[in-house]
Design a protein around this ligand. Sequence first.
Ligand code: NAP
Length: 244
Amino acid sequence: MGKLEGKVAVITGGSSGMALASAKRFVEEGAYVFITGRRQEALDEAVKLIGRNVTGVRGDAANLDDLDRLFDTVKREKGEIDVLYASAGMGEGVPLGEITEQHFDATFNLNARGTLFTVQKALPLFNDGGSILMTGSVASIKGFPGYSVYAASKATLHAFARGWLNELKGRNIRVNVLHPGPTATPMQDQVLTEEAKQMFESLIPRGKMGRSEEIAAVALFLASDDSSFVNGVELSVDGGFSAI
Ligand SMILES: NC(=O)c1ccc[n+]([C@@H]2O[C@H](COP(=O)([O-])OP(=O)(O)OC[C@H]3O[C@@H](n4cnc5c(N)ncnc54)[C@H](OP(=O)(O)O)[C@@H]3O)[C@@H](O)[C@H]2O)c1
């Protein structure tokens, strides 16, 4: 029997990268998943790749009307949620001195505000005993030049998790943050130069970036009852990158 047999999972930003690998893994473990993303074409490809037990819902996780549409669809099709993986996020390198209002607002709108409202809007459908996980970043516990706004937006997630798990204790809903380290995904390809990639790899003990499947394995752990006594953690999945 799969680790998520009969469970319903919602994964934002699930049409690419680590969240797509997680969606695929969750389905292999018996879940029905709803994935989101803004580009319909990428969403359609992801649904095709996953192949079964999946619905793609186009929408921007920073847009509250889109979130309402997402949870209306989940309510209509399944009526309940066991696992929420809020993973949609963005990161753009802008050094202090060049930070604009637009950069700050766009980053916090998606990573902090969008994640908050994704969780809040999911709650009415949540089954007791469910699991909420959010994608943070090791950037929030390191000091990468140019990434202070991104880091701060991701650091909000652990503060959210602490308060929410206490507010949700009567429903036995756990809330955890998964911090990926540098992981090879389409997003990394877009934002990192070859030089930056090599610099990051030199800081990882094994000398190689993470793979989406390695993040998905830990997302599955946090989503399933295997982690039933894990609540409120920031789990760095980074090959030791943040430990040294
Ligand atoms: N890769 C890394 O090294 C790394 C490290 C630490 C943390 N992270 C975090 O991990 C998460 C996923 O990153 P990834 O590297 O796997 O990225 P990715 O391969 O680019 O995938 C990002 C996914 O999120 C979707 N997305 C982006 N903005 C969205 C929005 N506003 N609303 C809904 N969906 C949105 C994208 O689809 P559309 O573009 O079609 O919307 C895509 O499906 C992000 O939160 C990122 O900050 C990444």
